[in-house]
Design a protein around this ligand. Structure first.
Ligand SMILES: [Zn+2]
Length: 104
């Protein structure tokens, strides 16, 4: 197997783990955390970055799985440089993400 294939498989597994985590969010939040932890480990092992939209679901401070409206709060700031601020409700840490206009 070449490196590209390994990365493809890793991404597929990460995708599946995040989907499971979101499904289990309410019933088994403990399991959801484990799925996301595994997804992070897979990404590290395959030396890939988590997809952008997945990175918003992990607190960069405490590394926990955070979901908008459940375990994180999202605020959109449109003045000056448009960006969103994600607040982790576990540790209170903030993440700031610029909002880019779509080119299409
Ligand atoms: Zn946090």
């Amino acid at each position: 197997m070449n490196g590209k294939k390994i990365k493809e498989i890793a991404l597929e597994r990460i995708e599946r783990l995040f989907n499971l985590a979101i499904e289990m969010l309410h019933e088994r939040p403990d399991l959801a955390q484990k799925y996301v932890e595994n997804a992070r480990k897979i990404a590290m092992r395959a030396r890939i970055k988590l997809p952008r939209e997945k990175r918003l679901l992990i607190c960069k401070h405490c590394k926990r799985f955070i979901f908008p409206g459940v375990s994180s709060r999202v605020r959109i700031q449109l003045r000056r440089e448009p960006h969103m601020i994600i607040t982790c409700l576990y540790c209170g840490g903030h993440m700031r993400r610029p909002l880019r206009k779509r080119s299409t």
